[in-house]
Design a protein. Sequence first.
Length: 167
Amino acid sequence: MSPVSDQGVDSTRYQIIPRTLIFVFSEDKVLLIKGAPTKRLWANRYNGIGGHLEKGEDVMTGARRELKEETGLSPVQLRLCGTVMVDTGEAVGIGLFVFVINEWSGQIQQSSEGELEWVSIRDLHSIPCVEDIPVLLQKIIEMDRNAPPFAAIYTYNEEGGLEISFG
């Protein structure tokens, strides 16, 4: 077996922080979390479920854990529908793994992360969402269920505005 040194880890190379983002769908609604007012990021804004991966955790396990922690639900089927690289302009970016769930077990339970709410897809533009959520959800809704996962990159322009490109 190859030693760890064969992995080419080098602190001067671009690195990413891995995160999961999960959308739970029920008919024409999606389960979103309105960030608690005390949150450092996205307070009082609607977002999908998810968060950072823990050390030694694969993306599927991390997505299941985040879903359980934030909603009390367990996925029957967890489908990877896309990946997003977030270029923060720094040496470290974000690697976002986007999942969809249409079937689950368990009962919804609120968490300290924020308030869970079923939101109609048609109402997304009238609520305070994290800015990429309507774009990602539209992409997911338009995807063929058997299509391979999409790939996207987020960059920020000089004014700090988010720019989204799908590959």
